[in-house]
Design a protein around this ligand. Sequence first.
Ligand code: AVJ
Length: 322
Amino acid sequence: TLQVDHPAYDHSSNDVAGEFMADVLTGLAQSPPVIPPKYFYDDAGSRLFDRICELPEYYPTRTEMQILEQYAGAIGERLGEGVVLVEPGSGSSAKVSLLLRNLRRPVAYVPVEISGDHMLSSLTPLRQQFPAIDIIPVCADFTAGFTIPDVDAPAARRAVFFPGSTIGNFPPDQAAALLAQFRALVGAGGAVVLGVDLRKDPAVLEAAYNDAAGVTAAFNRNLLTRMQQELGAVLDADGFVHRAVWNAPESRIEMHLVSRHAQTIEVGGSTFRYEADDFIITEFSYKYTRAGLDALAAEAGLRVGASWEDARGWFSIQYLEA
Ligand code: AVJ
């Protein structure tokens, strides 16, 4: 759970490093084997993700940016004055300036990011653009619970900005639990601004995760490189190929690493066997319907105050009130 109002902010209380080995050993022992998607985002993976966002097939980033550009004024009006904006999984903080520009006397921006160096290097231009806003980076895995510093401003109101359809990485029950944690973090009178990818033509979805340039494949296979480099894993990285498929009943894109032939991965004293076509699940990316979004908000104890979409109805930004 999130610890809120922690008086003495301390980087070391948000431990990012120690869990990779444990999560890989637990995940690979499952059937089917899984590796949590948060491990995509080391520095190399974060840079690959930024490239994904520029791909012609990867519509979510561009579409959400368009919605933000068009409706940032309306979102800013809803958020009101004196906001402390917290962004879990902020990445390179590319979207937040659209929002900050449209806030009345914002107090602080608190990016929370697992990839610390990647985050820090992206904050310099933001600081130049918004000298009056206190920018307080927190290096943490937001799924593990994190603390944010108290901001010393009398009438400060907290809001969580959670764009990019990061929420789609979590199965609906976990997604609702995460939003409920955000509700607790912002408290009564606070809000969550949520960006969610909507269900659409499977051909569009599958193309977005199987780009022609192979950047998503490199992003997926970077997990294998990380296991070799950071966990001393013995594996053949070329023995696995990237695959992304639409799972209609579960309403999600699944990313897999598919074994090309019989082989093993040795890691942390364990040996895992794969036959040809066996696969490791590396990501779920859930796609929502409007009804599904309403149910999600309700389950998290949030009210849908407003929502905005692009003309094609591909992506939604929701203003959720705590
Ligand atoms: C960051 C979780 C929103 O699911 O679209 C992009 C990650 N994976 N291409 C997504 C991702 C492959 C992305 N999210």
